[in-house]
Design a protein. Structure first.
Length: 336
């Protein structure tokens, strides 16, 4: 039974998912945000946190698993309790990673600490739309042109000029009897029209981006399903060539290169011996570039399948491990 997958599915539907005897995942909804001055758009977002105090069984998770696995409710509850007991035993020694959800670990005070991965937006209405920023439309109103006054001629005109002036027709100028209020009203109507057009075009753009994101998500899902249907056979040794200008930092236990890296983490360990065994096991499995990553803020030793300067290489390896090997791993950006 893949308990983690069922938890993720319920987090899209429920605000609280309780694991009896372990704790509860609690979600928080963040509404859509549009800043019409800066052009920033943030889609609806649902983030998750963990509450260790809520452990009483509400029957939601067990009922859901019973329907999906086609088993009795009590059998599903027993399976959940067994899985949670294994998680508690593992936390006594190492960290616990739930792919797509987050990482659990015990701090120096032996209190449970939860670090969400944040890779999944559990708001189903977002449809894969990401935050973006567009340049807002600026309305510019041109000032009315000023007609220069005509100067009076002081010289005497000739008879020919008098004759021409008698034949010329000069339309009578009417004084502009419009009040300043009427002028401001016209400017206000123009400004409202421009803002209305900007709002309409902005909504059209958002709708277009949402449709594009939906189509892209469907294409990625179809691609993953197509790739998962092939028999990969035996796994050959994996080799990655990376060259990085880094600074070597050495402490009393391990040596880790500092710099901008993108790491695929296999596990976090408080005991150095356990970390060394994990690193040796990865290299025996063919991950020749397996190494140590930067330690966590709590001092846990992180062992990585590989560390890269290229984000694309890290994502490629993470996808291979999660989808093809079906192993637990998560993505970490190591800053300077």
């Amino acid at each position: 039974m893949i308990l983690t997958q069922y938890i993720k599915e319920l987090l899209f539907q429920q605000e609280c998912v309780t694991l009896p005897g372990f704790g509860s995942f609690v979600s928080q909804n963040h509404p859509i945000k549009v800043n019409r001055f800066t052009g920033e758009f943030t889609p609806p977002l649902r983030t998750i946190s963990f509450n260790r105090l809520i452990q009483e069984n509400d029957g939601l998770l067990a009922s859901y698993i019973a329907r999906r696995e086609n088993i009795a409710y009590n059998d599903a509850l027993v399976e959940i309790e067994k899985e949670c007991a294994q998680w508690n035993k593992r936390l006594d020694k190492d960290s616990l990673i739930l792919p797509g959800i987050g990482e659990f670990s015990l701090n120096a005070e032996n209190k449970l600490r939860f670090l969400p991965h944040g890779k999944i937006n559990f708001d189903a209405t977002a449809l894969g739309l990401k935050a973006f920023q567009k340049t807002p439309l600026k309305a510019q109103i041109k000032a009315a042109s000023v007609v220069p006054p005509v100067s009076n001629a002081s010289s005497k005109s000739s008879p020919m000029q008098d004759n021409k002036e008698s034949l010329a027709f000069t339309p009578e100028k009417k004084e502009d009897d419009r009040s300043p209020f009427a002028k401001y009203a016209v400017i206000g109507v123009i400004a409202v029209a421009i803002l209305g057009a900007a709002y309409y075009l902005g909504n059209q753009y958002l709708e277009s981006e949402r449709l594009k994101s939906t189509q892209l998500a469907e294409q990625r899902i179809a691609k993953n399903v197509e790739e998962a249907s092939f028999d990969l056979g035996s796994i050959a040794a994996i080799s990655y060539e990376t060259e990085a200008k880094v600074e070597t930092v050495q402490d009393n236990t391990i040596t880790v290169e500092s710099g901008q890296f993108y790491s695929v983490i296999a596990g976090s360990f408080r005991d150095q011996a356990n970390a060394e065994r994990k690193l040796a096991a990865l290299k025996e499995q063919g991950f020749e570039k397996a190494t140590y990553a930067a330690q966590s803020p709590d001092g846990l030793i992180r062992v990585a399948y590989g560390r890269f300067e290229s984000k694309r290489q890290a994502y490629s390896l993470l996808s291979f491990i999660n989808n093809s090997l079906e192993e637990e791993a998560w993505y970490l950006v190591e800053g300077y």
